[in-house]
Design a binder for this molecule. Structure first.
Ligand code: ADP
Ligand code: MG
Length: 624
C-alpha cells in the first residue's frame, strides 16, 4: 500500500524473530496461549478504566468484554479478536517492534542455549511467537484515542503501519490475523483449537468464543428442487435411515409436497471456557492439579515443574480478601536484578473480581517478590484511581496477613520434607509416595530462594525471628548438608552460650582457618558462611532463641571458663608488650594471649565492632 509507513524492527527484536522463524521447536501451539493472554490483558485494562469512566466501554457489542476466534480454511487465516483497550498508532510502533523489552536479549540468549521457546511469555516477548505458525501477520487495532490502524509484517526485518480504510471498523480492540504457513494447517481445525484453549487458557477471566461450525438437519421441500442432479446429491449426503423414512413417506402419499432432510453447515459462537475464578471456590474443592495449572497460567511458567507450595485462603474480619500464593519451582532469571532495581511484587490485585494491577508495591515486601499469586479484596473501593488505592488503610492489614501466610507456606515446605526431620525414627519409617515427592524440597527451595530469606532478615525487623527459623547453613558438623539454627542449638555443648560462625569465600578455605582450630578440637560446631550477603545478614541477626551470634574471627571469643588464661597472660606479659611495640600502631590495635588456637602460633583477628576481613574484601570488590 502506498500510504503505508515503513519501520525497521529494533535489532534485538529482529534477531528474536529470526530465531523464532527458523526454530525447529516442535511445540508451536504456544502462540495461541500468548495471543489469548495479550487479549485478556487488554480487556483487563479497559475494564479497569471503565471503573472510573463508564463511557470508555461504548455500547452494544463493543461493551462485551470477550475474545473471539475465527478461522478461514480457504484463505488459511486465523483471526483472534478482543474488545480490549486497543493500540494507538504510537502503541503499535512501540509495542510491536521498535522498543525492546528488558527480557528480549535475555530470551535470545536462552534460546541459543536451550532452544526452548516455552517460556517466551515470561520474558515479555510472547507476541512474536506468532511467527512460529504464520509467515505474514496483520494486527488491526482501534484505541479510543485514535483511528483504526493496521500493523503488518512478514518478519523480514521491517513492518508497516497504515491508517485502515478498507477493513470493517472494530469499534474498539484488536484483531490479529495470522496467515498460516502451509505446514501449520492444523490450526485451521476447530477441534484442535478447542483443545488448545481448554489446555492453555482455562483460567482466562473473559469468555473465549469460537466461531464454530455445526451440522444441522434442515428440511427442504423436495419438489422445489429444479434439477434432479442436486436432489440426488443431497440425498446421498443424508444417512441411510433417513433415506428409508423418505421412501416410506413417498409410498404413503404421493400427492403431498415432498420434503426431505439434508445436512447443512451453520456457524455460531461457541463458548470454550468456564470463567468462574478459581480463587472464589472453596480450597477444599480445588484439586492439586488445578492449582498447578492455575500457577502455570498465572506465572506464564509452562515448564514441566509444579509449584513447590501454595496457600489459598480467605481472610475475614475488618478487611476481607481471598488470596492464592505460590512458591515457584525455580527463581526467575532476573530475580535479584529486579530486587535491586526495586521491582514490584508479582502479585495481581483484584477488587471484587476486577483486575486492578500487577505492579502493586504495597502488597508484599521486596524480599518476597519471588512469590506468585493474587489477592482479591471486597473491602477495597472499586471506583478510585490506582494512586488513591495505594494509600488505602486496608492495604497494611492485607500486607501483614499475606506475609504471615507466605512465611507459613514456606515453613510448610520444610515441615513436610522428610530430609528436614531430626526425628530419626520418622526418617527410618518407609517413606510413602507423597513423602517421596516432598523429599529434598526444602533444600531445593533454599537453593533457589535462600538469598531472599536472608534479604528478608535485613529488611523486615517485625518478622526477623520467623525468617531466622527458615535459614539454612553449612557448618563444621553438617556433613555437606544444610542445617537450621534449631538443629544447631540442639547440638550445642552444655556450657556453650553463643552460636559460633565464621565468614569467608569458600567452605574449603574456612575449614583450614586457624580461627577454627581450637573450636574444632573442643568439639564446638561453627556455622560456615560463604555468601557475600551473609556479612550484611549477620549485622542484623543479633540473636536467636536468646543466644547471641559470635563471629569466631573477631576479638572477644569466649569458650567457657579457661582457668589457665590468667597465668598465661602474666607470664607472657613482656612478650606481648614487645610485639605491640614492634608492630606499628596504625596496623594493629592490640596484642593478646589467645585461647582460640591449637596448632598455629598466632592469628590476626578483627575488633569486635569493626568489619571482619571478609567484609573488608566484599566492600572492596562490591560483589554483593
Ligand atoms: P507482554 O504481553 O508480556 O507485554 P507481548 O510480546 O505479548 O509481551 O506483547 C507486547 C505488547 O504489545 C503488550 O505489552 C501490549 O502493550 C501490546 N499488545 C499485544 N497484544 C495486544 C492486544 N491484543 N491489545 C492491546 N495491546 C496488545
Ligand atoms: Mg503477552
Amino acid at each position: 500500500r502506498s500510504s503505508a509507513e515503513k519501520f525497521e524492527f529494533q535489532a534485538e527484536v529482529s534477531r528474536l524473530m529470526d530465531i523464532i522463524i527458523n526454530s525447529l521447536y516442535s511445540n508451536k501451539d504456544i502462540f495461541l496461549r500468548e495471543l489469548i493472554s495479550n487479549a485478556s490483558d487488554a480487556l483487563d485494562k479497559i475494564r479497569f478504566l471503565s471503573l472510573t469512566d463508564k463511557e470508555v466501554l461504548g455500547e452494544g457489542d463493543d461493551a462485551k468484554l470477550e475474545i473471539q476466534i475465527k478461522l478461514d480454511k480457504e484463505k488459511k487465516i486465523l483471526y483472534i479478536r478482543d474488545r480490549g483497550i486497543g493500540m494507538t498508532k504510537e502503541d503499535l510502533i512501540k509495542n510491536l517492534g521498535t522498543i525492546a523489552k528488558s527480557g528480549t536479549s535475555a530470551f535470545v540468549e536462552k534460546m541459543q542455549t536451550s532452544g526452548d521457546l516455552n517460556l517466551i511469555g515470561q520474558f515479555g516477548v510472547g507476541f512474536y511467537s506468532v511467527y512460529l505458525v504464520a509467515d505474514y501477520v496483520e494486527v488491526i487495532s482501534k484505541h479510543n484515542d485514535d483511528k483504526q490502524y493496521v500493523w503488518e509484517s512478514k518478519a523480514d526485518g521491517a513492518f508497516a503501519i497504515s491508517e485502515d480504510s478498507w477493513n470493517e471498523p472494530l469499534g474498539r480492540g484488536t484483531e490479529i490475523r495470522l496467515h498460516l504457513r502451509d505446514e501449520a494447517g492444523e490450526y485451521l481445525d476447530e477441534i484442535k483449537l478447542k483443545d488448545l484453549v481448554k489446555k492453555y487458557s482455562e483460567f482466562i477471566n473473559f469468555p473465549i468464543n469460537l466461531w464454530a461450525s455445526k451440522e444441522v438437519d434442515v428440511e427442504v421441500p423436495a419438489d422445489e428442487d429444479e434439477s434432479s442432479d442436486e436432489e440426488e446429491s443431497s440425498e446421498s449426503s443424508s444417512s441411510e435411515e433417513e433415506g428409508e423414512d423418505e421412501d416410506s413417506e413417498k409410498g404413503e402419499d404421493e400427492k403431498k409436497p415432498k420434503t426431505k432432510k439434508v445436512k447443512e453447515t451453520t456457524y455460531e459462537w461457541e463458548l470454550l471456557n468456564d470463567v468462574k475464578a478459581i480463587w472464589l471456590r472453596s480450597p477444599k474443592e480445588v484439586t492439586d492439579e488445578e492449582y498447578a495449572k492455575f500457577y502455570k497460567s498465572l506465572a506464564k511458567d509452562f515448564s514441566d515443574e509444579k509449584p513447590m507450595s501454595w496457600s489459598h485462603f480467605n481472610a475475614e474480619g475488618d478487611v476481607e480478601f481471598k488470596a492464592v500464593l505460590f512458591v515457584p519451582p525455580k527463581a526467575p532469571h532476573d530475580l535479584y536484578e529486579s530486587y535491586y532495581n526495586n521491582k514490584k511484587s508479582n502479585l495481581k490485585l483484584y477488587v471484587r473480581r476486577v483486575f486492578i494491577s500487577d505492579e502493586f508495591d504495597e502488597l508484599l515486601p521486596k524480599y518476597l517478590n519471588f512469590l506468585m499469586g493474587l489477592v482479591d479484596s471486597d473491602t477495597l473501593p472499586l471506583n478510585v484511581s490506582r494512586e488513591m488505592l495505594q494509600q488505602h488503610s486496608s492495604l497494611k492489614t492485607i500486607k501483614k496477613k499475606l506475609i504471615r501466610k507466605a512465611l507459613d507456606m514456606i515453613r510448610k515446605i520444610a515441615d513436610e520434607d522428610p530430609d528436614e526431620s531430626t526425628d530419626k525414627a520418622k526418617k527410618d519409617v518407609e517413606a510413602s509416595n507423597e513423602d517421596d515427592e516432598k523429599k529434598g524440597q526444602y533444600t531445593k527451595f533454599w537453593n533457589e530462594f535462600g538469598k531472599s530469606i536472608k534479604l528478608g532478615i535485613i529488611e523486615d525487623a517485625a518478622n526477623r525471628n520467623r525468617l531466622a527459623k527458615l535459614l539454612r547453613f553449612e557448618s563444621t558438623k553438617s556433613d555437606g548438608k544444610l542445617t537450621s539454627l534449631d538443629q544447631y542449638i540442639s547440638r550445642m555443648r552444655s556450657e556453650q552460650k553463643d552460636i559460633f560462625y565464621i565468614t569467608g569465600t569458600s567452605k574449603e578455605q574456612l575449614e583450614k582457618s586457624p580461627f577454627l582450630e581450637r573450636l574444632m578440637k573442643k568439639n564446638y560446631e561453627v556455622i560456615l558462611l560463604t555468601d557475600p550477603v551473609d556479612e550484611y545478614l549477620m549485622q542484623y541477626l543479633m540473636d536467636y532463641e536468646d543466644k547471641k551470634f559470635q563471629n569466631v574471627s573477631k576479638e572477644g571469643l569466649k569458650l567457657g571458663k579457661d582457668s589457665k588464661n590468667k597465668e598465661l597472660k602474666e607470664s607472657f606479659k613482656e612478650l606481648t608488650k614487645w610485639w605491640k611495640g614492634a608492630l606499628a600502631s596504625e596496623n594493629v590495635d592490640d596484642v593478646k594471649i589467645s585461647n582460640r588456637l591449637a596448632e598455629s602460633p598466632c592469628v590476626v583477628v578483627t575488633s569486635k565492632y569493626g568489619w571482619s576481613s571478609n567484609m573488608e574484601r566484599i566492600m572492596q570488590s562490591q560483589t554483593l
